[in-house]
Design a protein around this ligand. Structure first.
Ligand SMILES: Cc1cc2nc3c(=O)[nH]c(=O)nc-3n(C[C@H](O)[C@H](O)[C@H](O)COP(=O)(O)OP(=O)(O)OC[C@H]3O[C@@H](n4cnc5c(N)ncnc54)[C@H](O)[C@@H]3O)c2cc1C
Length: 392
């Protein structure tokens, strides 16, 4: 029971960012309360059988002493992980990290954050609440799914977002159209096909962007270090630039946007290539209409062809929009300065609402694309600790 207790910092979210920031804050001797279901996004909203796109070195959850890496997890538990890292192994690693480093996570959801004169009132799903001088929002992208207009009239049984599924085997024996051309779309298509589903990928783009087709480039010692950062976000050169968020954010906005797009544009990991051999991909087409016919879906494409499918899987990604944080009160939202839906952040990842901080993908407009990946958590956590020195 928390009722009416008070803490210095509340972290909302127990994914890689929330856990990492909490590890840093605890190590700095700061009183911190963490809320959220540990690793829930990875555990419930990504498909069984998926593998991480990020490399081994870019998938450690950061702690200040670098003691709780994936290597340490393997040594401690005797597990042997393969690369690409399987999703279920990463989830287990995340739970191990949480139990070792942030054992006191409160699994309840935060329902509301209200402004007080000297901080915030944080109310939980069951009505319990506490006061907090500062709040760090680390709730990830789960609330920002994009569902294109053309599919809005279809029920969830007919058209769902890729994040709605944990087990794609439920589509065995059905026909599914997958919309999109990024990793999520193509990996879902491979998993569907392997589960005995009739699948077709429909993509607006004319081709797939592949990444990691030349893994040797990452194993050339000094030469690789001159081309790529171990953070593993973006192609040669760009990878180094986006790994330095304080430098990256000084460039003109147009350059930042173009570079960020180049770093994280829809792309597919090279190791999926073989598994996609038998998956039909229709390039350069848009779905113009999607209508229910009995229990199936009729799609009309931009080349005037039609498809009848049992289900449409929208691997159409996520778009940050702070107004969709359902737990931030109206007055708090009004105080937030935003750009393109993202909160504008300064030192210590602090927003224009004093004491309210954002880490993870929401921080990407201010600090660049690395903040959308596990490997950006070290920067975010270090930045919060730097801010601590100036906070009361
Ligand atoms: C299919 C897919 C594959 C990906 N693969 C990779 C990859 O290989 N490598 C990589 O680096 N990144 C990958 N990403 C990006 C990944 O989402 C982020 O790197 C990572 O999840 C960011 O961690 P996070 O802590 O910000 O958010 P999350 O992991 O989403 O954690 C959010 C946390 O907030 C909690 N929460 C949410 N709302 C509330 C609330 N109201 N109250 C309390 N708690 C709340 C949740 O329970 C959870 O604990 C992938 C994304 C997708 C969709």
């Amino acid at each position: 029971m928390l009722k009416n207790s008070s803490v210095k910092i509340t972290v909302i979210g127990a994914g890689p960012y929330g856990l990492s920031a909490s590890a840093y804050l605890r190590a700095a001797g700061t009183e911190v309360q963490v809320f959220g279901e540990p690793m829930s996004f990875w555990e419930n909203q990504m498909p069984i059988g998926m593998c991480l796109r990020s490399s081994w070195d870019a998938s450690h959850i950061a702690d200040p002493s670098h003691q709780f890496t994936i290597d340490a997890y393997c040594r401690d538990t005797g597990r042997k992980l393969s690369e690409p890292i399987p999703l279920d192994s990463f989830v287990e690693y995340g739970h191990w990290f949480q139990q070792k480093v942030v054992p006191n996570v409160d699994h309840r959801k935060v329902r509301r954050v209200d402004l007080l004169d000297d901080g915030f009132k944080v109310t939980l799903q069951d009505g319990d609440f506490l006061r907090s001088r500062r709040v760090v929002v680390a709730t990830g992208i789960g609330g920002f799914t994009v569902r294109p207009e053309v599919f809005r009239s279809l029920s969830l049984e007919m058209a769902s977002h890729s994040s709605d599924h944990r087990n794609l085997r439920k589509f065995q024996g059905k026909r599914v159209a997958v919309i999109g051309c990024g990793q999520s779309a193509l990996e879902s298509a491979a998993l569907l096909r392997e589960a005995g589903t009739g699948v077709e990928v429909i993509a607006r783009k004319q081709y797939l962007n592949w990444v990691g087709l030349h893994p040797k480039l990452h194993r050339l010692g000094f030469i690789s270090k001159m081309l790529y950062s171990s953070r593993d976000v973006g192609p040669a050169g760009i990878s180094l630039l986006v790994a330095m968020p304080h430098i990256f954010r000084r460039f003109p906005r147009g350059f930042q946007n173009r570079t960020a797009y180049r770093a994280i544009r829809p792309a597919v990991a090279g190791w999926l290539k073989l598994r996609l051999q038998d998956v039909p991909i229709t390039f350069g087409r848009q779905v113009l209409s999607a209508k229910p016919i009995d229990s199936r879906v009729h799609l009309r494409l931009s080349d005037n062809t039609e498809r009848i499918v049992d289900h449409v899987l929208l691997a159409t990604g996520y778009r940050v929009d702070v107004s969709r944080y359902d737990f931030l009160s109206e007055p708090l939202l009004k105080q937030l300065k935003t750009q393109e839906g993202y909160p504008v952040l300064g030192r210590g990842m602090e927003s224009s609402a004093p004491g309210l901080h954002f880490i993870g993908k929401s921080a990407a407009w201010s600090f660049g694309p690395i903040l959308g990946f596990v490997s950006g958590a070290e920067f975010a956590s270090t930045e919060i600790i730097r801010g601590l020195a100036n906070w009361n």
